[in-house]
Design a protein around this ligand. Structure first.
Ligand SMILES: C[S@@+](CC[C@H](N)C(=O)[O-])C[C@H]1O[C@@H](n2cnc3c(N)ncnc32)[C@H](O)[C@@H]1O
Length: 201
């Protein structure tokens, strides 16, 4: 699943080998000015168009890349600069998975779809596809979606014991989760069956 919005933002494509070579040269550097000089050179190289084979390519958003570069360049000590150089390494190279969801924690900057503020504010409810918003007390679809992105992986099973109009099940189909819905109201269950199947997997 592609949670990254790379394609919507300006993206940077780096050659993995070149970055690792560059990182290995600089990780033991003791001279702050030299390190910054090399970082400026690296930034220019990274932002220039160059051909990189698909298997050697690392994709990241321009915004996140520049944010870390700026931190290195504004560091006042070599230790601080190297700390941010390591941040750049982790961001570009490390895969930090976990048992709860499909988020690569080393890339948390890139998940623009996941709201990390304590207050979730949505401009408007999602009314696309099977989300008709017709049922009394139905969820704003973005709520079960945010929860499933955080607390489930693709292929996990999700149970909604008060399924109503099936908002959770629709989001399950969209996110590749297996959804089970229960409702005491048979009429609503029948209505759901037809509608949910229209939602693309
Ligand atoms: C507020 S609605 C859920 C709305 C749903 N989240 C949605 O987005 O459409 C609560 C649902 O729980 C069902 N319900 C209430 N008591 C129940 C019970 N004991 N067992 C199963 N379903 C129940 C109701 O029929 C109703 O459809």
């Amino acid at each position: 699943m592609n949670l990254y919005n790379w394609k919507q933002k300006k993206e940077v494509i780096l050659g993995k080998e070149k970055f690792l070579d560059f990182y290995n040269q600089l990780k033991d550097c003791q001279d702050l000015s030299l390190l910054k000089e090399k970082i400026i050179y690296f930034k220019k190289w990274a932002l220039n168009n160059h051909s990189i084979s698909e298997e050697n390519a690392i994709y990241c958003s321009y915004e996140s890349f520049i944010e870390i570069i700026k931190k290195i360049l504004s560091s006042k000590t070599i230790e601080r600069a190297k700390h941010y150089l390591k941040t750049l390494y982790d961001f570009l190279i490390v895969e930090r998975g976990n048992n709860i969801n499909d988020i690569n924690l080393a890339r948390w900057r890139e998940y623009s779809e996941i709201i990390t503020d304590s207050l979730w504010i949505f401009d408007k409810r999602d009314t696309s596809g099977a989300h008709l918003g017709w049922y009394w007390g139905n969820f704003i679809p973005q709520i079960p979606r945010q929860l499933m992105l955080r607390y489930t992986k693709r292929g996990d099973w999700v149970l909604d014991p008060f399924v109503g109009s099936g908002t959770t099940l629709i989001e399950c189909r969209r996110l590749g989760r297996n959804g089970i819905g229960i409702d005491i109201n048979e009429e609503v269950v029948e209505k759901n069956k037809q509608r949910l199947l229209k939602e693309k997997l």
